[in-house]
Design a protein. Structure first.
Length: 278
């Protein structure tokens, strides 16, 4: 029994939405929401031109409230009107505009109407749009015309939930023309969207360069001697540079030089043969 009650309430909500959408035509109607409150039913109407919905001194709202009470047995319906933010991204309003333009100017300019509508929607930063016009346009034979721009998701969960669809019709002399509009909003998340987070880069100081600078400063200070020939006093926190030892000569080089010097200094021994003879 509870399930039947829920089904009955939802069915009544759908009938209320259809009745309001049929009653308020050419006012830029976007959607209708029915909320249940302790005081009664609250009906939210989103439209692009709320002034036409209200009427002069609220006449249209009063009439609509009385009709809803009698026809759908609503105890205390409270109607609130809200304005749509971005009209060009609402599929229902765009479809209604195309239908009203075709009813005004006929089917001779249907291509211009479709292209102008696509430019307005894409100018509102939409990802994509698709317009389908089917009927006796432009001749007596029924055809189907497709106009599209941008990117449109056709399959998957995002195509069912994210893409905005709307269907309406235009009554012309040649017959009824169906209008179907699909708009892909800019804020719809896609599974293949990738965001790269900005990484925090730390600046590392060149420690090696500072050490080389300190060494060069120390070398300059050691090279600069005092006027009396003594080394300048070392600064605080600075050590005196060590003296470099003279390179030692190899032993192999010293031995031949010493032997040559000894041979040159000692005279040659005198011959004793002549003395003995004498």
């Amino acid at each position: 029994m509870i399930e039947r009650k829920f089904v009955k309430e939802n069915l009544r909500e759908v009938l209320v939405e259809e009745f309001i959408s049929e009653t308020l035509r050419n006012v830029g109607l976007s959607k209708v929401r029915l909320q249940r409150t302790p005081l009664g039913e609250k009906i939210l109407i989103y439209a692009s031109r709320p002034g036409l919905v209200v009427g002069r001194k609220g006449e249209n709202i009063k009439k609509l409230t009385q009709v809803l009470k009698k026809r759908f047995n609503l105890e205390n319906p409270q109607i609130e009107i809200a304005e749509v933010g971005n009209v060009s991204l609402d599929a229902r309003i765009v479809a209604e505009r195309i239908a009203s333009t075709l009813e005004r100017f006929g089917i001779q300019r249907f291509k211009a109407v479709a292209h102008k509508t696509m430019q307005e929607v894409m100018g509102a930063s939409a990802r994509g749009i698709e317009i389908l016009l089917s009927g006796k346009i432009p001749g007596a034979r029924a055809k189907s015309w497709r106009f599209y721009a941008g990117y449109m998701k056709k399959s998957g969960q995002q195509a069912i939930v994210g893409v905005r669809h709307a269907t309406t019709f235009a009554t012309l002399k040649s017959g009824v023309v169906g209008v179907q509009v699909s708009i892909m909003p800019p804020d719809m998340p896609l599974p293949d969207d990738i965001e790269v987070n900005a990484t925090h880069t730390e600046v590392v100081k060149p420690v090696v360069a500072e050490k080389t600078k300190r060494k060069s400063v120390r070398r300059k200070k050691t090279d600069e001697a005092a006027p009396d020939g003594t080394q300048p006093p070392a600064a605080e926190g600075e050590t005196k540079p060590k003296k470099r030892a003279a390179p030692r000569k190899k032993k192999t080089d010293q031995a031949p030089a010493a032997e040559a010097a000894v041979q040159h200094a000692t005279p040659a021994p005198a011959s004793t043969e002549g003395t003995d003879e004498a």
